[in-house]
Design a protein around this ligand. Structure first.
Ligand SMILES: [Zn+2]
Length: 564
């Protein structure tokens, strides 16, 4: 075996997820060996030995859909009006009334949750704070509330032209009431001053530390670029892309990030916008700077095919929801046929540019249409590893089509857990039973990954895994015979090896084998079985290793290093 001195780090006395005892030797950013006592012989004079004390060693967690910048700002930049601090609209009102405006005079808040607060937010926010423009983004990133001052600052008059793919709320008199949905949000966000670079940088570095403390070493940032101003919190801009490049070039980035470019907001994307975006060369931003693509890369382009069932903007084959209609695609076009052909052309352009299309689709008709577009784009015989984000499927036959054409599927069990009861009311029992067919997708051979969609849900991946295994919602326990549920081992794969496929990196990271990247997460106890998945909530992440270096360690280790 290799010279022991080359082993920089050795994790001793760990257990593999399947239960076997194991030691893991790390050398130069990669796993050198995984095995029994023979691995301990690799310890040299300069090896740092970590005693896992029987805890599970896992591949570093890879969240395949985590809005890094938006979450960083929501957590460390904006006023938080999320469910953890505001359980009714009066709370939100008080928080906003007491808030100090930022340096640019705006009050930015994030996180109102329609499921928790109920309707009526526009009545609360519209008349608040005549002294300052106020914008309050919701938890899903698909709606915002603005006060009168913000609407005036943005030049929103009594009867604004609503962009294609957008919805705005109106008073009984027909005037804008302060609620802006999907592409409608751009009416306000276009007027928002950019978030100062220093604020962005501070929030990003704090958030990176938090993610490492949770055992996360890789993620997909699904949407930064010219269209990002309209997305969750207005900070997902080209400026944020550049900041990530600076952090990587300066050696401060330790998370591996695959970014999707966003050329339009959450609605109204057009062929022209995508063509112009690709022509700008933004996709070469990091390679032009010589940044290691295994650390930071632009993977592809995010496309919003439709909106959300909650907002009534999901496109479904059968009527649903409050308005009891089908919704529609939110891409440019004035008829379903026009929008479908626009989506095909958009996906084709992305495919031809050698990039990956991540297509947001929450209705079954939108999903089907997105899969059609991907299959059509791949007629040149090349698999682009394009994927459906969220997704809804009419039947298992739709899943078979994804598998045959190697179309990925990235979805969010913790959203199902949080919003499942509402979804059941919107969709009806029968359709809801097919919502997130995780096990069926794996059985069909689909490249599935499960992700947080933070800030929509928390970045704590233990909750995502538990939700995929239990299929519980807030008000209902999952059924033991639910055909959608995953085993705990499958759920772990869906947050490690399977999202590595999405990153085109399954041969480089996401599993515990010699030669793979030394991205590791060590828990303070063994990996739980499916039956005991509730124990996962009590497991703590003891150590996180990223690219062979320790990026998180237990508090007692940190404390012992401080001078007395
Ligand atoms: Zn998202």
């Amino acid at each position: 075996m290799a010279n022991g001195d080359a082993v920089g780090l050795l994790i001793a006395n760990a257990t593999l997820p399947e239960g076997a005892r194991a030691n893991v030797a790390v050398s130069g950013g990669a796993i050198l060996a995984v095995g029994g006592d023979e691995v301990l012989e690799l310890v040299g004079p300069s090896t740092r030995v970590i005693d896992a004390d029987g805890g599970a060693v896992l591949p570093g967690v890879n969240d395949g859909h985590l809005h890094f910048i938006a979450s960083a700002m929501a957590k460390f930049g904006y006023l938080n009006v999320g469910a953890s601090v505001a359980s009714n609209w009066r709370h939100v009102e008080t928080l906003l009334a007491d808030a100090a405006p930022g340096a640019d005079g705006w009050i930015r808040a994030h996180g109102w949750d329609e499921v928790v607060l109920g309707p009526g937010g526009e009545e609360v926010v519209r008349g608040l704070r005549p002294d300052a423009p106020v914008v309050v983004f919701d938890q899903t990133g698909h709606q915002l509330l603005a006060n009168q001052t913000a609407m005036a600052a943005a030049g929103v008059g009594q009867s604004p032209a609503v962009p294609s793919g957008g919805v705005i709320g109106r008073t009984a008199l027909g005037e804008p009431n302060g609620l802006f949905v999907d592409a409608g949000m751009e009416l306000i966000t276009a007027a928002l001053p950019p978030v100062p670079r220093q604020a962005l940088r501070t929030a990003a570095l704090k958030f990176q530390r938090l993610l490492h403390a949770q055992g996360i070493t890789s993620l997909t940032e699904p949407g930064l670029g010219p269209g990002g101003k309209a997305l969750i919190g207005g900070a997902c801009t080209t400026d944020a892309l550049e900041l990530l490049g600076d952090l990587a070039a300066g050696g401060e980035l330790t998370l591996r990030i695959s970014a999707l470019l966003l050329f339009a907001g959450t609605g109204g994307v057009s062929t022209e916008a995508v063509r112009a975006g690709l022509a700008s060369g933004l996709q070469h931003l990091y390679t032009d700077r010589g940044i290691d693509p295994q650390l930071l890369r632009i993977a592809g382009v995010k496309v919003f095919a439709d909106g959300t069932p909650r907002s009534g903007t999901a496109w479904m084959s059968e009527p649903y929801g409050r308005e009891c209609n089908h919704g529609s695609l939110v891409v440019a076009g004035s008829t379903d046929a026009e929008r479908v052909s626009e989506l095909h052309e958009i996906v084709r352009l992305i495919h031809e540019a050698g990039l990956q299309a991540g297509v947001h689709a929450t209705g079954d008709a939108a999903t089907e249409s997105a899969v059609d577009a991907i299959i059509a784009a791949q007629r040149d015989g090349r698999i682009g590893r394009h994927y459906i984000i969220h997704g809804a499927f009419r039947s298992n036959a739709s899943l078979g089509r994804l598998a045959r054409h190697e179309v990925g599927y990235s979805t969010n069990p913790a959203i199902r857990a949080a919003a499942g009861d509402l979804m059941k009311r919107l969709l009806g029992e029968e359709r809801y039973a097919r919502h997130q067919p995780l096990q069926s997708a794996l059985r069909a051979g689909v490249k599935l990954n499960i992700a947080s969609d933070s800030p929509v849900t928390d970045t704590d991946w233990r909750r995502t895994i538990a939700a995929a295994v239990t299929r519980d919602t807030v008000h209902a326990l999952g059924r033991p015979d639910d055909p959608g549920r995953l085993t705990s081992a499958q759920a772990l794969l869906a947050m490690t090896a399977l999202p590595a496929w999405q990153d085109h990196a399954e041969d480089a990271k996401g599993s515990l084998a010699p030669g793979m990247a030394a991205d590791l997460c060590v828990l303070d106890g063994p990996w739980p079985s499916s039956e005991a998945i509730d124990e996962l909530a009590e497991r703590k992440v003891a150590w996180t290793i990223a690219r062979g270096g320790v990026v998180h360690e237990p508090g007692w280790v940190t404390a012992s290093r401080r001078p007395a």
